[in-house]
Design a protein around this ligand. Structure first.
Ligand SMILES: NC(=O)c1ccc[n+]([C@@H]2O[C@H](COP(=O)([O-])OP(=O)(O)OC[C@H]3O[C@@H](n4cnc5c(N)ncnc54)[C@H](OP(=O)(O)O)[C@@H]3O)[C@@H](O)[C@H]2O)c1
Length: 277
C-alpha cells in the first residue's frame, strides 16, 4: 500500500513511527509538512518519500491528514483537486466530523458525494504503542479500505469503531484523558514528595501505579469499583485516602472535566462546520 501522511507533528510522528516499527516500508509513505527543510530531515531520519508534487496523491491508496483542525480546511482544499474521489481520506483532526470533511474536500475536489472518508481519534500514548484510536467510516468506505487504515492504526495500540455521535465523549475521554491522567500523576507524585519521597522516585511510582492499575483492570476485566474494594481493607489506609478524595469532590471534578471537554468539542465542531460553508 502507498499512502500519504500530511502533517508529521505529535500524532503524525506516532503514526509514522508505528508504521515503520511494525516492519512496513518507510518509502511507501509520502510525507508533507510545512517546510522543505523539515521534509528533508524526516526523509533522512526515517527513509520516507517526500510528496514533491500534489499530483503524486493520485498514486496513493490512502491520504491521511494529521494537521491542526484549524489548518485542515485550507490544506484539504489545496490537495483535494489531486485526490481521486475513490481514494480513502483519513482525518485525525479532533472535532471535525465526516460531513465537514466531505464539504471541505468537495469545495475544490472532484464534485462527488461519494468520497470514502474515515474519521479517527487517536491519542498521545500512541507514541509508545499504548494508544487507542477510535474510528468511524462513512458509507463509501469499503472493507478493504477499512482494513488498510487499520493496518496503520493497529501499530499504535487498540482500535475501536464507534458511531459518530459518541465522538464528543470519546474526544473528552481518550483524546483529552492523557492530560487529565498526567495531572493526576503529577499530583500523586507531588503529594509523595511532600510526604518525604524524592521526586524521581515519586514520579516513577506514580506513573507505574497508574499503568499497573490500568493493566490489571483491562486484563482481569474487573470493574474499577471492585478493584477499589480489593485495595480498601476495613479501617485501613486506603479507605482513609478515599474519604479524603470524596470530601474534596474528586469524582465531581472528574465529571466536570470530561463534560467540559466534551462540550468544548461540540462547540469547536459547530464552529468548524460554520467556517466551511
Ligand atoms: N496531540 C494529540 O494528543 C492529539 C490527539 C488526537 C487527535 N489529534 C489531532 O491530530 C492533529 C495533529 O495534532 P498534533 O498534536 O500532531 O499537531 P502538531 O504537532 O502541531 O502537528 C501538525 C503538523 O501539521 C503540519 N503542517 C502545518 N501546515 C502544513 C501544511 N500546509 N502542509 C503540510 N503539513 C502542515 C506541521 O508541519 P511542521 O512540522 O513543519 O510544523 C506539523 O507537522 C490535530 O488535528 C489534532 O486535533 C491530536
Amino acid at each position: 500500500m502507498k499512502w500519504a501522511l500530511i502533517g508529521v507533528g505529535h500524532i503524525g510522528t506516532a503514526i509514522l513511527e508505528g508504521w515503520i516499527k511494525t516492519g512496513y516500508r518507510a518509502e511507501d509513505v509520502y510525507i508533507s509538512v510545512s517546510t522543505r527543510e523539515k521534509e528533508d530531515s524526516l526523509q533522512e531520519k526515517y527513509g520516507v518519500s517526500i510528496l514533491q508534487e500534489a499530483s503524486q496523491l493520485a498514486d496513493c491508496d490512502l491520504v491521511l491528514f494529521a494537521v491542526k483542525p484549524q489548518d485542515l480546511p485550507q490544506i484539504a482544499a489545496n490537495y483535494a483537486p489531486y485526490i481521486l474521489s475513490t481514494t480513502l481520506i483519513v482525518s485525525v483532526a479532533a472535532g471535525i466530523d465526516l460531513s465537514s470533511l466531505r464539504l471541505m474536500l468537495g469545495k475544490t475536489g472532484p464534485s462527488s458525494d461519494e468520497y470514502p472518508i474515515l474519521r479517527v481519534l487517536p491519542n498521545l500514548p500512541s507514541k509508545v504503542g499504548a494508544g487507542v484510536s477510535v474510528m468511524v467510516a462513512n458509507e463509501h468506505v469499503s472493507q478493504e479500505q477499512l482494513d488498510q487504515a487499520k493496518s496503520i492504526f493497529l501499530n499504535l495500540g487498540l482500535v475501536m469503531e464507534l458511531p459518530e455521535e459518541n465522538f464528543a465523549a470519546v474526544t473528552a475521554l481518550s483524546g483529552s484523558g492523557p492530560a487529565f491522567v498526567a495531572v493526576f500523576i503529577e499530583a500523586l507524585a507531588d503529594a509523595a514528595v511532600y510526604a518525604g519521597l524524592h521526586s524521581e522516585a515519586a514520579n516513577t511510582l506514580a506513573a507505574q501505579t497508574l499503568l499497573g492499575t490500568a493493566k490489571l483492570l483491562l486484563e482481569s476485566k474487573t470493574p474499577p469499583a471492585i478493584l477499589k474494594n480489593q485495595v480498601c481493607t476495613a479501617a485501613g489506609t486506603s479507605i482513609y485516602g478515599i474519604r479524603a478524595l470524596e470530601k474534596s469532590g474528586f469524582r465531581a471534578s472528574v465529571f466536570d472535566a470530561v463534560i467540559a471537554a466534551s462540550e468544548r468539542t461540540e462547540a469547536l465542531a459547530a464552529e468548524a462546520a460554520e467556517n466551511i460553508v
